[in-house]
Design a protein around this ligand. Structure first.
Ligand code: KG4
Ligand code: ZN
Length: 338
């Protein structure tokens, strides 16, 4: 089954063609990052307009690159939630028009379910059930992936997402948007013990996390150094900050693996590209005698291939939509009847 998948929830316009949920025939992406960088973050109105300009050309490019004709497409999938509403709407309307014109099923996909599915592309043998740590720009949670379309949230951040914190701290350190990757690179040669930063304590639900205290502590430290004219060791600060984020995540993941008995952990979302988190997770999970799955960096960030993968399983579960499909800025990963 060849699924054409569309992703436009933030600042990447993407169209992929994925066969049977596992084989990426093509994954075309037009990034808007350079455009938004001058504003220090995504400008939603600009994002929507750029998606409109790019989307049709990308779909044509996807067909051309695969030598497929429109008739070879068996279904059209699209990220319908969550994201910047105007941006998501562009993808949803394009996908609706394409499905209608081709007379093929329309498959709505939750963006975060797509991030999880990036692991199916990287590891053809990976099948649910498994545990997944989702760490993206807007979401941070530990998910029990019971089946391809059946999930339970064990814990979530109570405030900021991990990616949001990386971006905020990087921005104050004058790194270009989106700062997570730049902060990660800067941390490479730093001393991760130089700046003590807080680790959030387990609350009522021990799987829940908090990042706002850490973010505020890092920002205060930077502002204070600025005010008193003290030179910061930026690379050690980045290393200390990355270690603190990782320490907020990893012990909770370990606890979740121990308590659920799962022997498989997947990591998903843009922050899954972080080298400190990847190293700490790999270490901790291997000590437990469990297996760790992490997409290659190219599949950690937003892309349409992951949407095409998840779409195949949504289709098999009967989760298709009609022409009344709407876009949603927020929606739980658990989904609900459309
Ligand atoms: O999953 P994603 O592409 O978009 C959302 O669905 O939100 O995640 C983007 C986030 C941004 O906050 C970005 O700074 C962060 O992922 N990110 C990183 C790294 N690469 C991307 N954060 C830390 N270290 C990285 N290497
Ligand atoms: Zn994403």
């Amino acid at each position: 089954m060849n699924i054409m998948a569309v992703e436009s929830s933030c600042d990447e316009t993407a169209v992929a063609i994925v066969r049977d949920g596992r084989q990426v025939l093509t994954d075309c992406i037009a990034s808007q990052v350079d455009l938004h960088r001058i504003y220090g973050g995504v400008v939603p109105e600009i994002a929507s307009r750029k998606h409109i300009e790019a989307i049709y050309g990308l779909a044509e490019e996807a067909l051309k690159k695969t030598n497929l004709s429109r008739q070879d497409i068996d279904a059209v999938a699209v990220t319908y939630a969550p994201g910047l509403i105007g941006a998501v709407l562009v993808g949803v309307n394009f996908a609706k028009a394409a499905a209608l014109a081709l007379n093929k099923p329309l498959i709505p996909v939750h963006h975060i379910r797509g991030h999880i599915a990036a692991n199916y592309l990287a590891y053809p043998q990976l099948k649910p059930p498994f545990l997944c740590l989702v760490v993206s720009g807007g979401h941070t949670m530990i998910v029990d992936v019971q089946d391809y379309t059946k999930m339970q949230i064990l814990g979530t951040t109570l405030d900021d997402a991990a990616g949001e914190c990386f971006d905020k701290v990087a921005r104050v350190l004058d790194m270009p948007y989106p700062g997570g990757a730049a902060l990660d690179r800067m941390a490479a040669n730093g001393d991760d013990t130089k700046y003590p930063l807080p680790r959030s304590k387990p609350g009522e639900n021990p799987y829940n996390m908090s990042f706002s205290g850490l973010k505020t502590a890092a920002l205060n430290l930077i502002h204070h150094a600025d005010q008193v004219g003290e030179a910061l060791d930026v690379s050690s600060l980045c290393a200390s900050f990355s270690a603190a984020v990782s320490d907020n995540l990893v012990p909770r993941v370990v606890m979740a693996l121990e308590q659920t008995g799962y022997k498989k952990l997947a990591v998903a979302g843009g922050v899954a590209a972080n080298s400190r988190i990847r190293a700490d997770i790999t270490d901790a999970v291997q000590k437990l005698g469990a297996q760790v799955f992490m997409p290659p960096l190219s599949l950690c960030g937003d892309n349409a291939a992951m949407i095409g993968s998840q779409a195949y399983y949504e289709y098999l579960a009967g989760n298709t939509a009609g022409m009344d499909l709407n876009a949603y800025a927020t929606k739980s990963i658990l989904g609900e009847a459309l």
